[in-house]
Each structure stands twice: as C-alpha cells, then as structure tokens.
Design a protein around this ligand. Structure first.
Ligand code: FAD
Ligand code: SF4
Length: 527
C-alpha cells in the first residue's frame, strides 16, 4: 500500500527512545488486516488505543454508542495482545483520558517513540487534534490511506474534478463499472442500473406479517463490564443499554452478516423504505456500526450479497438495492465529506434558525411517528434510513431547525454515528443545508408519505391529510408552509417544480391559515 505522509510535523526534540513506532489505533479502525500493522514489530513497536472522555461528552453520546466503541476497542486490544503486541490502552476513566490529545501527549511523553504511525482519521477534527499533539511533542508521523474503502479520497477527488453536479447515481455507475460489480459485458446485470420501481413498497394494512427473528448476540463478560462502566461514568447521557446486542468482535460481526444474508437480504429491496411501529429492523442489515468500526469490510459484505444472488437465494432487485447503499451511498458520502471539509458541518443554505425541539431527547411528543422513532432510537441507538430521513430529518427540515443542532443530535444518538457518514446525510441529504451539492432538491413530503409507508398514523391524534385546523398533522401543515416559504427558490427548479406547482391548488385563505398555524407550532416548539 502506498504510504502518504500526513501533515504531521518533523520531530524537533530528541529523547530516550523506548519504542520505535507508536502505532495509534483509533476506535473506528479495528480492522485486523489494517495497514498500520504492515511491517510492525511486536518487539520494537507499541500500539496505543485511547477511550477519550471528550468523545462521549462533547456530543452527549448515546450510552450504547459509547459502550459499542469501548467494548469493540477492548476486544481488539485483546486480539492485538494475542498477536504479541504490547498495547498501551487508556480507558475512559484513566486520569489522562480527558481528550484524545491529552492521552496522546501523555503516551508520547512516557514512551518516547521515534515516530507515530496511524491510518488517516475518519474525522477531520480528530486528525487535527492528533496533528496538534504531535506538533507540540515534536514527533514525526505518517498517516496511511484508509484501505477499507472502495474509493480512496484521491480517487473521489479525481471523479469529482470538473463536474458541475455530483449526482450519486453517476458516481455509483462509475463504481459498478470500475469494480466490475453487477456488470455483464459492460452492461448492468439484468439490463437495469436500479430496481427502484419494484422496491419502495409499504406493508399495506395487513402489516409485515411474520418477520425473521434476528439472532441475538449476548454480551460476553468483557462487554458486560463495559456496559456497567458506561452506566456508572456516563449516567446522564441519553439512551438505554438494556437491549445492547451489537457485534463488538470480528467473529460476532461475521455472524451478524451471515444472519442478514440468510434471513433478510432477499426481502431487503422491496421493503427498504417501509416502517412499522415496534419493528425497528424489518429487512435491514443493522451492519452499519460493524462496517464503520471496520469489523467488516465493505468488499466482503458486497461479495456475500452477490454470492447469495448467484446461488439463487436473493433476487437481483434486493441485491442491487443493498449493493447500492454500500458501493454507492456509503462511498459517495465519504468522498463528499473529505472534499468539502472543513466548513461542511456549518452550512445552512436555507437559513434555518429554529432550535431543535426538546422532545428529540425524550420522545415526549403527541406525534405518533416521531414518538415511535425517537423512543426506538433512545432504546436501541438504531433507526433505519427512512426513519432517519423521512421522520426525524423531515420534521426538522420542515420546521426549519438549525442544521448544526440536528447534526449534533444525529451524531449523538446512533450507534453507527461517525461524522464522515453522518454529516453529508444530515447536512446534505436530509436538510439541503449544503445548497444542493448532495441532492439537487430537498426531500420534502407531507404526513401522507408517512401514512403510506407506515402504520404510525393509525395510532395518532392528528390526521395526515389535514393541513390546518385542530387535527392537522404538523408534518402536513409544515410541508405546505415549507413550499410557501421557499417558493422563490425552488418553483423554477426542473426537478422540484412539479411539487411546487401543487401550491397553485391552495387559495389565499388556506395559505394564510397554514402560515399562521405553522408559526404557532414553531413558537410552541421553541419553548
Ligand atoms: P441498511 O439499510 O441495511 O443498509 C446497508 C448499509 O448501507 C448500511 O449498513 C450502511 O453502511 C450503508 N448505507 C445505507 N444508506 C446509507 C447512506 N445514506 N449513507 C451511507 N451509507 C449508507 N449511516 C451511518 O453509518 N452512520 C451515520 O451516522 C448515519 N447518519 C445518518 C443520518 C441521517 C440524517 C440519515 C438520513 C442517514 C444516516 N446514515 C448513517 C445512513 C443510514 O441511515 C444508515 O447507514 C442505516 O440506516 C444503517 O442501518 P442498516 O445497517 O440497517 O442499513
Ligand atoms: Fe406523524 Fe402526522 Fe401521521 Fe401523526 S398523522 S403519525 S404526526 S405523519
């Protein structure tokens, strides 16, 4: 693997060297085949791992998110020790673990390494913090490219160069061709690039019926110890730990992958957009956290899905839909993040200034859809894509919540939350705060979309088709209000115009009623 020197500075001071290389392994770099170990010597080099308190407290992180990271890191440290490495591990309650930088400075002072080697950090601010610490200590270092991804940061920059629009579908087709995935003689397998028309189904009134039971991973002794420390050390952080069953080792992650491929992949495509109260997983994989921590590689996950198709165990529509999420969306958002940082997380193209409603942290709302998704999020640290995009995200967009506040919420409450994937999804896809870089038009819909795709509305005091009056669904009121507020910006947009043309149906009196009701709602929710 080609090594790229990072911006880490040259060492100034000399000192007693007790180890050759300090191999820094971050919490989301738990790949057993990581390049950081290439050529590393258990005799001369030492591994450093840090659980930083600031990471769980700066953003008020869900208890399950902290527990997942720490449990996976401690298991990985155990595996490294089994390989003969000495691991200097700073647990969350060690005095030096205040921040990544403070623990790193402490380790450098104690071990006096000749240099630091790491895989490039996944988050812009984390790399900056490490660079600063090395700078202060006068320690040279190298940050190696992250080989976990199909598309390197440089390759994405090359793809993006000279393009006026950055359409995901174009990137995805480029990736399919480049990696020969679902391609036959230069053409997409099955003759189509995507099968969206067959997908996007709801369960209808009858509901999802008998769903496959997810294999539960019981926490082992080490994980139980972590769960207890998180309860003790982070008692005020949001979320619950009682249902914790996330994979924290490579073996468990492979079991979770097997379980998904055997029981849920085949129906993933048609039902990927459907929601059902009390059924968080449906046919989704729940593999994002294992992928983001690098317990699984995207290549092996995609390969397993393709194998299932070749074996006749999963239809093309489901396999293509799943592959698109990983080979397309996941790689694309990472490319956007790294080519737009710093500054991307501060974007606010629609000038949204409303505070995040307090119920996002408690689920205490009379809107049944939001209550269900937030309760589920606080219980499990999980919601599937459409719950994030078209319930919590949509409501914030329609209400006009400050994107930065929502970004911090998404970063806090999901176990898979890491900034490089969360920020483009929130700032770009969900809130249109990047002005259309990631999606040329905002994803807006009324309560009727939620009614069509779920059973939430059946148990709600509001009526999804009413835009004003006592029973008006707040999504629907705010939807029309959004169209009115942003009429000048989007009504001439080629892909959005249809949606805005619907405004012509509203008489002036109804427009006024909706505007007033939306303003009252905003005032109430700002309290
Ligand atoms: P599945 O539905 O089974 O999909 C398979 C895999 O595809 C996922 O595991 C994930 O790795 C990948 N994937 C799917 N959709 C996306 C996407 N839009 N962007 C990138 N990868 C995708 N995903 C995260 O991993 N971390 C986040 O912090 C995160 N924040 C999000 C915030 C918002 C506002 C939105 C709308 C989406 C966010 N996503 C995030 C993307 C997506 O919602 C999750 O990856 C997915 O819900 C995880 O559940 P799953 O593993 O069951 O996914
Ligand atoms: Fe949500 Fe509106 Fe449906 Fe109630 S009626 S569940 S608020 S979409």
């Amino acid at each position: 693997m080609a090594h790229r020197k990072s911006s880490l500075p040259a060492r100034a001071a000399s000192g007693t060297v007790s180890c050759r290389k300090l191999l820094l392994v971050l919490g989301d770099q738990l790949d057993r085949r990581s390049a950081v170990l290439d050529g590393a010597s258990p005799e001369h080099d030492r591994v450093l791992m840090i659980e930083a308190r600031s990471e769980s407290r700066r953003i008020h992180s869900h208890k399950a998110r902290s527990a997942l990271f720490f449990a996976a890191m401690r298991h990985h440290a155990g595996w490294l020790r089994d390989q003969g490495f000495t691991v200097d591990y700073y647990e969350i309650d060690s005095p030096e673990s205040d921040s990544l930088g403070s623990a790193l400075m402490h380790a450098i002072g104690r071990l006096r390494p000749e240099m630091l080697t790491m895989i490039e950090a996944g988050e812009f601010g984390v790399q900056q913090e490490i660079d600063r610490a090395c700078d202060l200590a006068g320690l040279p270092g190298e940050a190696l490219p992250d080989g976990h991804f199909y598309c390197s940061r440089d390759a994405f920059a090359a793809w993006r160069k000279g393009r006026r629009t950055l359409v995901m579908e174009h990137f995805y087709r480029h990736m399919r061709k480049h990696h020969s995935i679902l391609m036959d003689d230069g053409k997409p397998t099955g003759g189509q690039w995507n099968y969206d028309r067959q997908n996007r189904k709801s369960f209808g009134r009858k509901g999802p019926g008998l769903l496959p039971v997810q294999a539960r991973l019981a926490p082992d002794a080490l994980t139980r110890k972590v769960l207890a420390s998180v309860e003790r050390l982070l008692p005020d952080n949001p979320g619950q730990l009682s249902g914790f069953a996330w994979p924290v080792t490579r073996e468990q992650a492979l079991d979770a992958l097997d379980d998904f491929v055997a029981h849920r992949l085949a129906a993933f495509g048609p039902f990927q957009d459907a929601m059902w109260d009390g059924e968080p997983l449906l046919y989704h994989s729940a593999l994002s956290a294992a992928l983001n921590l690098k317990l699984l590689s995207p290549r092996e996950v995609v390969e397993r899905a393709l194998e299932a198709h070749r074996a006749g165990a999963a239809p093309l529509s489901s396999v293509e839909g799943f592959v698109r999420q990983i080979l397309g969306w996941r790689e694309y958002v990472r490319g956007i993040y790294w080519s737009e940082m710093p500054g991307y997380t501060e974007r606010n193209a629609l000038d949204a200034q409303q505070p995040l409603p307090g119920f996002y942290w408690s689920g205490d709302t009379d809107m049944a859809c939001l209550r269900a998704v937030i309760d589920q999020t606080l219980a499990l640290g999980y919601a599937h894509h459409i719950q994030r995009l078209m319930v919590t995200g949509l409501f914030a967009l329609l209400l006009g919540v400050r994107p930065r506040a929502l970004h911090e919420w998404y970063l806090a409450v999901y176990v898979d939350a890491v900034e490089w994937v969360e920020a483009p999804n929130t700032i770009g896809m969900s809130q249109h705060a990047d002005g259309g870089l990631l999606g040329s038009k905002p994803y807006v819909a009324s309560g009727r979309y939620i009614e069509r795709m779920s059973n939430y509305c059946a148990g709600c005091r509001y009526a999804p088709h009413e835009a004003s009056g006592a029973r008006a669904c707040p999504f629907t009121t705010l939807y029309w209000d959004f169209l009115m507020r942003h009429e000048a910006r989007f009504s001439g947009h080629p892909r959005a115009a249809m949606q805005w043309r619907m405004l012509e149906r509203l008489g002036q009196a109804e427009r006024t009623r909706i505007g007033r009701q939306a303003a009252a709602l905003r005032q109430r929710l700002a309290r």
